[in-house]
Design a protein around this ligand. Structure first.
Ligand code: GLC
Length: 816
């Protein structure tokens, strides 16, 4: 299935701006002049990059804080540059790039194709076609540029290729604050023996000095000239658009001992008519250069031999494709709705791998300085659990190591930087742990996870503290919440809950949060299931009591008549109430009342009806309404966010995911699918228009500007958002309804009324399930399963029914 979009200003061009190629799980972009950078992430789990449709990119190793290798401008103009630039210099001196930018030379044809983990740029000018396929080798910390030059003409063509990147000072915070001194602490030089341009940053107090890498840029072809000197290569007053080194046909052979570094190489090529020549550039790292420079140089020689050996590029490219193939094979569906199918099968899982790897840290908009958010990663891993349980388990255990013995957790942490975690105390961070534990046990059946032992974080917030079982960690999390209840017997907001800015109502320490009360009830239910599986009677008794008390507090004090309040402020006044001047209704306490099953059905329904009536808009559901006035109109504003932006009445996409789940749980498929579909990025872009929506049609946005703002419909901060993981959960587990539980795999699809059914394959406990859902008209409930034809009562597949099986066919039996 292919799907194309015409740019909103169709008079400019009759080409589509982009097209999905579902068979190859890729997107082709045909218009370089999009309103924003549409990026792709490339990664092997340790070396990472992002790259936009016009080649704007950054490369970093392990962490964008301490090992940021190439520079990128996301804010100052010209934005989305520099990048991984390849210049083609034809024999008449014409210079162009297959990325279309940074040169101004017009191309006859151009395409950027993003696929999972790789981007391929193809440009054609006259008889010459050049493609630049960039990816990170799965088995080496190297970014490969696989370049193909085809001569479609009738005469041989001689040309020069120039590869160019701008290098930074590795330690990004240091570069930002002390770069004017530290820029004297590196060397770049060309090494004849290895034919590689090298770069060594030698700041003696780098926080991970022992790991500081030697950076290299090399080619598999003879090098005609080189440069490590940005100004020498570009020329004073010039930019990457028209480098002097390319213009004159020689990089300048400059080395640099301090200043502004780059890596540039020139390789000449002659292409016979009708033929294609292939070459590669390699931009990579060899760790440990500051502790054993000679050793690093030796490793470099061996590494370059490997990279330059015939077959390396193809083998690595195939390895990358295999990794993704395996990833996609965890779940795949065929739906009557092509746009949803594509998003669920390909682009949401891709997005989830990136949030799993990069949390909220680095993108074309995000600075890369933020580290990992505790609550963010705990939620991101929910989508990793079904496809890569080992990865999610390791991350879960690491999260437990960032929890204090009293049960609360750090707010952000820096797994790859020697940097102390952020210690502000939030009411929700620790409460995402039981959810992830429950998901892991439900997926794998490994209840032994709860007995694994791992340390808390010591009081200093840095070193490991006392060791405890996973189960004790989880109980401690609940104990912390139970020990921090406020005047209405619901949790104190503390620094904030999931809504980052809500602490504004709790600065005196007395504000309380209904969302966390509901979240607490939700995880108490999950913990009770785990306690049952463990046969921990003492815990069961205690948790039952906590659940009872918390439920009655919410039911007694938090209903506002038509919806749930959002909390109480420091003075005990309700927030999110008809009596509030602003923020009368907040999305999260409505959706979470359904998730937590707190309140009777009539209340849950009324609350979600209020969401549809007051908060839903043509571009998604607002976070709250009406938005709060901000400065200078309000001197003590809710947040600094302008009306309709971010925390203040934007369509906050992450929060929309819970509305999808809530409507599915209420059994209202039309609304559930409406809420899901309207945020599928491709659908959102089409509905809103490219010029207004602006962002990628394949990656979720953190938020979309709300109706109280003139830029209503503008998507902001794509990729690095919890929307991805929760949309994955919402789609696969609640809309399609294939939901792991402690008892087995439950089937509870919530399908649009006009769908006859769907099919899916899912890997579950080592068995590939072929799921065929045919729903008779009017039926709404699954009452029995047929497993390879054998009928079983109920809607839940018990793992023992498929033990030792490689495949099984599952059909559902329905009732009205
Ligand atoms: C941002 C934060 C997330 C928070 C959300 C809502 O996405 O990363 O932690 O929950 O905003 O405030």
């Amino acid at each position: 299935m292919a799907n194309a979009v015409i740019p909103s200003d169709a008079s400019q061009s009759s080409r589509p701006a982009y097209r999905f190629n579902d068979a190859t799980r890729s997107i082709s972009i045909f218009d370089p002049a999009l309103p924003s950078p549409w990026i792709n992430y490339l990664s092997n789990g340790s070396l990472h990059a992002f790259v936009s449709q016009v080649g704007g990119s950054s490369l970093w190793w392990r962490t964008p804080i301490n090992f940021r290798i190439t520079r990128y401008r996301g804010w100052t103009t010209p934005t989305d540059a520099p990048g991984f630039y390849l210049y083609v210099r034809e024999s008449d001196g014409t210079v162009w790039s297959p990325t279309s930018k940074p040169c101004d030379t017009p191309l006859d044809q151009w395409e950027a194709r993003h696929s999972p983990g790789a981007t391929c740029f193809t440009g054609r000018r006259g008889a010459l076609e050049v493609s630049q396929h960039v990816f990170i080798a799965p088995e080496s910390d190297v970014l490969v540029w696989d370049v193909k030059v085809t001569n479609h003409g009738t005469a041989p063509t001689a040309l020069d290729l120039f590869g160019y990147v701008e290098l930074g000072l590795l330690e990004y915070p240091l570069e930002s604050s002390w770069g004017y001194y530290v820029r004297h602490q590196f060397k770049t030089w060309f090494e004849e023996a290895s034919q590689a341009q090298l770069y060594l940053f030698h700041h003696e107090s780098h926080p991970r000095l022992a790991d500081v890498p030697l950076v290299y840029f090399a080619s598999d072809r003879p090098v005609a000239s080189y440069s490590g000197d940005r100004q020498g290569f570009l020329g004073y007053g010039r930019t990457e658009r028209n480098p002097q080194g390319v213009e004159r046909g020689n990089c300048g052979n400059g080395s640099l001992w301090g200043g502004d570094a780059c890596a540039a190489l020139q390789t000449p090529l002659t292409v016979a008519p009708g033929k294609t020549e292939r070459m590669a550039f390699y931009l990579g790292v060899i760790p440990g250069a500051m502790v054993d420079f000679a050793g690093a140089k030796e490793k470099l020689c061996a590494e370059l031999d490997r990279l330059r050996a015939p077959g390396f590029v193809d083998a690595q490219s195939a390895g990358l494709a295999d990794w993704w193939k395996e990833h996609f094979s965890g779940f795949d569906c065929k739906l009557p709705d092509a746009d949803c199918e594509r998003q669920i099968n390909t682009w949401t899982p891709v997005n989830c791998v990136h949030t799993g790897r990069f949390s909220r840290s680095f993108s074309q908009y995000a600075s890369g300085l933020r580290g990992f958010g505790f609550r963010d990663t705990a939620q991101d891993m929910l989508a990793i659990v079904p496809r890569r349980p080992d990865w999610a388990r390791a991350e879960f255990l690491r999260l437990l190591n960032h929890q204090f013995a009293d049960g609360h957790a750090v707010h952000t942490y820096f797994p790859e930087d020697n940097q102390a975690p952020a210690r502000s105390v939030h009411s929700d961070d620790h409460l995402w742990l039981p959810m992830l534990a429950h998901a892991l046990v439900a997926e794998t059946g490994d209840i032994g996870l709860l007995s694994a032992r791992t340390p808390f974080l010591a009081e200093d917030g840095i070193t490991p503290g006392v060791e405890a079982s996973v189960w004790e960690h989880l109980l401690a999390a609940l104990d912390f919440t139970e020990a921090h209840l406020g005047a209405h017997a619901i949790p104190l907001t503390l620094h904030s809950d999931w809504n980052d800015c809500i602490g504004r109502f709790a600065r005196k320490g007395k504000g309380e949060t209904v969302m966390v009360a509901q979240q607490y009830i939700y995880v108490l239910r999950q913990m009770l299931e785990l306690a049952e599986a463990l046969r921990d009677e003492a815990a069961k008794a205690r948790l039952t009591e906590q659940m009872k008390r918390q439920r009655s507090a919410v039911l007694a004090k938090c209903w506002d008549g038509e919806w749930w309040m959002r909390g109480f402020d420091d003075e005990g006044a309700p927030m999110g109430s008809k009596t509030s001047a602003h923020g009368q209704i907040w999305l999260n306490s409505q959706t979470w009342s359904v998730l937590a099953d707190c309140g009777d059905k009539a209340q849950q329904t009324a609350a979600m009806d209020a969401v549809a009536r007051i908060l839903d808009t043509p571009h998604g559901i607002k976070k709250l309404h009406p938005s709060f006035p901000t400065f200078p109109e309000a001197t003590d504003a809710f947040s600094g966010y302008s009306l309709g932006c971010g925390e203040n009445g934007a369509i906050f996409c992450h929060a929309n995911t819970w509305a999808v789940i809530a409507e599915a749980l209420l059994g209202r498929p039309e609304r559930a699918w409406k809420y899901f579909r309207q945020l599928v990025p491709h659908i959102a872009l089409q509905e809103t228009g490219l010029d207004r929506y602006q962002c990628e049609p394949y990656a979720y946005a953190s938020s979309i500007i709300g109706p109280e703002n003139p830029r209503f419909g503008l998507a902001t901060l794509t990729h690095v958002t919890g929307t991805a993981a929760w949309m994955d959960v919402a789609a696969t587990q609640y809309l399609l309804g294939i939901r792991p539980t402690l008892g087995g795999l439950k089937f509870a699809p919530c399908l649009p009324p006009d769908w006859p059914g769907f099919s899916a394959t899912r890997l579950y406990r080592g068995c590939r399930l072929d799921i065929v859902v045919k729903r008779p008209a009017g039926a709404s409930r699954v009452v029995a399963l047929r497993i390879d034809g054998k009928r079983r009562e109920g809607d839940t597949l018990l793992p023992e029914w498929i033990a030792d099986r490689q495949t099984a066919r599952i059909e559902l039996e329905w009732m009205d």
